[in-house]
Design a protein around this ligand. Structure first.
Ligand code: ATP
Ligand code: LTN
Length: 327
């Protein structure tokens, strides 16, 4: 049987090149090899302070970006989490077997609350809902960036606990993290991950940024004062980050980029990085502009109906296993 992949993205706006290189590029590539399901996780987006009108807009915009990048509704299933009640139902069932000690160790919760997010129960149990997303569809592989590894470990642990207690229901999923650019760093602080929620717009390149903005962001990226272009994540985190981005965008190995740009100064190198990023994003930007919101809504409506049918079949197996068989 064909292996299944599942992944999710929060519709929180500000989709950046880290999201693309760490995750979405693989989503597009893998849809030919796997049975692919992609979900806009709007229930997760409610765990931090948000505006309902804005969420409505970013759900459509996120879907539109994914379609523009090449997620193809004829080859993969695309829908929003809130259309399928099975996500929340399975999250509840899994929450009854999640030790609080496991959730207390989650770095994302610690980082978000340290950055000022309110410590509500939804944010705390976020990884349980994420496990439910993945297990609901019996996924084998989960294409994500490096920051999500800990959550995939929790998912594997919950699947094993469930199977041991109630019988072999869930496959044990694996993370699929790209070899390069699994963790694109912030342009203003190369020790921190590039993030949608960083208050500084200069810290990231958005997929929909105009070319001159992309160039400006990359030119102003924080580097160091020694002018040699060299890959050394400890001594030169900023330059190493730009080398990774350029390598991911051009397909050239880092070694040959270093050969080409070692001498010649940071200005010339940064311009070449900007050219590479602009060229890589241009086709998706053109497709984004051509997509109509109405068509995007149709894709999501149909995707949600199909996903719900599949989830219902799977969930009846879960209900029966835990003693909640329908009468
Ligand atoms: P935030 O940082 O505000 O929590 P985010 O930028 O992590 O948001 P998500 O929607 O949570 O965005 O992530 C979507 C996908 O992008 C996930 O698979 C995540 O691992 C990946 N991703 C996010 N940031 C990066 C990054 N800097 N480098 C590589 N992959 C990333
Ligand atoms: N937690 C992820 C988003 C997410 C996800 C998922 C990713 C929610 N459910 C299921 C993969 C599979 C994030 O913050 N990037």
């Amino acid at each position: 049987m064909q292996q299944r992949i599942f992944s999710g993205v929060q519709p929180t706006g500000n989709i950046h090149i880290g999201n693309y290189l760490g995750a979405f590029r693989n989503w597009v590539k893998l849809q030919d090899e796997y049975d692919a399901i992609y979900c806009i996780v709007d229930l997760h987006a409610m765990t931090t302070d948000y505006d309902p009108g804005e969420l409505e807009k970013t759900r459509i915009e996120t879907a539109k970006v994914l379609l523009a990048l090449g997620v193809d509704p004829d080859r993969s299933l695309l829908y929003t989490q809130s259309q399928v009640p099975g996500h929340a139902e399975l999250a509840w069932i899994l929450s009854t077997m999640t030790p609080m000690g496991v959730l207390n160790r989650m770095t994302q919760f610690k980082e978000k609350t340290a950055a000022g997010a309110s410590s509500n129960l939804g944010l705390y149990s976020y990884p349980v809902l994420m496990a439910a997303d993945i297990l609901l569809h019996r996924a084998n592989l989960v294409p994500v960036g490096d920051d999500q590894r800990q959550h995939i470990e929790v998912t594997r642990d919950l699947a094993e606990r469930f199977n041991n207690k109630f019988g072999d229901v869930f496959p044990i999923p694996e993370a699929h993290v790209p070899e390069r650019s699994a963790r694109v760093m912030s342009l203003t602080d190369p020790h921190a991950k590039m993030s949608k929620s960083d208050p500084q717009p200069k810290s990231r390149v958005l997929l929909l940024d105009e070319s001159d903005v992309i160039r400006k962001r990359i030119r102003s990226a924080v580097t160091d004062s020694d002018p040699e272009v060299r890959y050394d994540t400890a001594a030169k985190p900023g330059i190493s980050n730009l080398l990774e981005i350029m390598s991911a965008c051009t397909g050239s190995p880092i070694d040959s980029l270093v050969d080409e740009y070692a001498a010649g100064g940071y200005g010339r190198f940064k311009d070449a990085v900007a050219d590479a990023v602009i060229a890589e994003l241009a086709p998706a930007k053109e497709r984004f502009v051509a997509l109509e919101n109405g068509d995007v809504r149709d894709v999501l409506r149909e995707g949600g109906m199909r996903a719900n049918e599949m989830a219902e079949t799977y969930q009846s197996e879960v209900r029966a296993a835990v003693g909640l068989k329908a009468f």
